[in-house]
Write a protein that binds this ligand. Structure first.
Ligand SMILES: *[C@@H]1O[C@H](CO)[C@@H](O)[C@H](O)[C@H]1NC(C)=O
Ligand SMILES: *[C@@H]1O[C@H](CO)[C@@H](O)[C@H](O)[C@H]1NC(C)=O
Length: 452
């Protein structure tokens, strides 16, 4: 394997230490792949793997990892592999996993096909930007089975990078980042079935930069869960999805300093949803900036009485210091679901919310109107009630309806918005990673296939 050291250095120098205030320090793997490869390379083919789409990759991958977990590079070369048993790659240090082949799920156990845990200085990538895991989830879903394995999970991993990798059709979730720190995740395509429960990327962690990701599914696109802090999510293309969100939030919610920006959402349940029903704790210092949507059911949807979860009791999760800025585009049916829905708990009203430069309009020309709804929510803009910082009384839902389009709502579409979903009963094709995730925004790093 050949690594272009020069371009790796170039890549490192492009990554700023602090991207915006949301992050609390530098992110990403500490040691370059070339250094790891030079120290030791463990090719799975030398550990019993066969690219025959039959031999179980699980044991060879675990064996290659055992030989290279302290400072080396584990390589899965191009080719088609079957994976029947799952691997837990634990306690590695300064290692990398280069998957240039395609891994087809053949086993049916629950759990995580690849789980990385208790690890520092880690990188997972494909040098061709075409390495993939094909979960063949439709084999479960066509029989109405909704459990089965998740594809990829990182747990207690620090100083890591995951990039140039494709996840397809998970039987269950695609990618979870659980209690990790200082991570960078970028240049990925995630494509799942058109059904709830098949989350794209879920993160509950500290100091993570997630950027330039495309998700197709019918549930979470890129979602922050509790506890989390210092997370920056940008250049996200929800290309027919559930949409981005935070939650579901429950008891002792502890979320702060989260930025979502440059989020393009097409044909999804929502552009940004913060969901809870009862619970406690808080989510504060949130910035949702530069959102474009088309064809979505909800747009901005903060719902503290979310009917799809049963109430947890408690006074509710307190939301504060939220800026919603520069949202453009259209929603599917504004007469039924207006673009602003801020429903806060009566027991813990939201405060210091600012909505500015927000212009969206309905796609339903037969009913040219839309509503803005607020409940127990304070701040400035639209239906928010202005209020003191010291005392926020609950108030019932109020909706203001407008029947003409706000100026400046029109916004570009992406050239290749998905026209039809992939359903749940037939195999989902493996996509290529796009090179644009938000109209007019250039990805922060070129694909490895294009020279990095
Ligand atoms: C209101 O929220 C903004 C944005 O998060 C923040 O900068 C400001 O300090 C908050 N104001 C108060 C009084 O906390
Ligand atoms: C959106 O998804 C469809 C179907 O997967 C694909 O054809 C299209 O290229 C995607 N758009 C982009 C920009 O990747």
């Amino acid at each position: 394997m050949r690594i272009n050291t020069l371009s790796l250095f170039a890549l490192v120098s492009l990554v700023p230490t602090l991207v915006v205030a949301s992050l609390s320090g530098s992110v990403g793997r500490l040691t370059s792949v070339s250094t790891k490869a030079a120290r030791k390379t463990c090719n799975v083919l030398d550990h019993g793997a066969k690219a025959d789409k039959k031999t179980d990759l699980g044991p060879p991958l675990a064996s290659a990892f055992a030989a290279c977990k302290s400072g080396g590079l584990v390589h899965v070369p191009p080719g088609d592999y079957a994976m029947k048993t799952w691997v837990k790659l634990a306690n590695g240090n300064a290692w990398a996993l280069q998957i240039d082949g395609t891994i087809y799920r053949t086993g049916t156990e629950d759990g995580n096909m690849i789980m990385i845990e208790h690890t520092r200085d880690f990188e997972l990538f494909s040098s061709t930007s075409s390495g993939a895991m094909q979960g063949l989830g439709y084999e479960f879903h066509k029989d109405d089975k909704w459990s089965g394995p998740r594809l990829l999970r990182l747990w207690d991993v620090s100083d890591f990078s995951v990039h140039d990798f494709i996840l397809v059709d998970a039987p269950s979730y695609h990618f979870s980042i659980d209690t990790c720190t200082n991570g960078e995740v970028y240049n990925m395509a995630i494509r799942g079935g058109n059904r709830g429960g098949l989350d794209g990327l879920d993160v509950w962690s500290t100091n993570i930069w997630i950027h330039d990701i495309e998700v197709t599914n019918r549930d979470e696109c890129v979602t922050v869960k509790s506890p989390s802090k210092n997370i920056l999510i940008e250049n996200i293309y929800c290309n027919w999805s559930g949409g981005c969100g935070m939650g579901s939030l429950g008891k002792d919610t502890d979320i702060s300093d989260i930025t979502y920006r440059n989020i393009y959402t097409w044909n999804s349940n929502n552009m940004m949803m913060v969901k809870s029903n009862g619970g406690s704790g808080s989510a504060t210092n949130l910035l949702f900036e530069n959102f474009i949507g088309h064809g979505n059911a909800y747009s901005l949807d903060i719902d503290s009485y979310w009917s799809s979860m049963s109430s947890l009791g408690g006074k509710g999760v307190e939301l504060s210091n939220i800026v919603i800025r520069n949202w453009k585009g259209t929603e599917k049916n504004g007469a039924e679901r207006g673009p602003i829905n801020i429903i806060c708990p009566d027991g813990a009203p939201c405060y210091n919310i600012t909505i500015e430069d927000f212009a969206m309009w309905t796609e339903d020309s037969s009913r040219p109107r839309q509503g803005y709804s607020c409940r127990s929510a304070y701040g400035s803009g639209f239906c928010l009630k202005p209020g003191s910082d010291s005392h926020h009384a609950p108030y019932p839902e109020t909706t203001s309806t407008v029947s003409s389009a706000p100026s400046g709502y029109s916004a570009p579409t992406m050239a290749a918005d998905l026209k039809e979903n992939f359903g749940i009963t037939v195999s989902i094709p493996i996509p290529t990673i796009p090179t644009s995730f938000y109209p007019g925004a250039t990805p922060h790093s070129a694909l490895m296939a294009h020279g990095h």
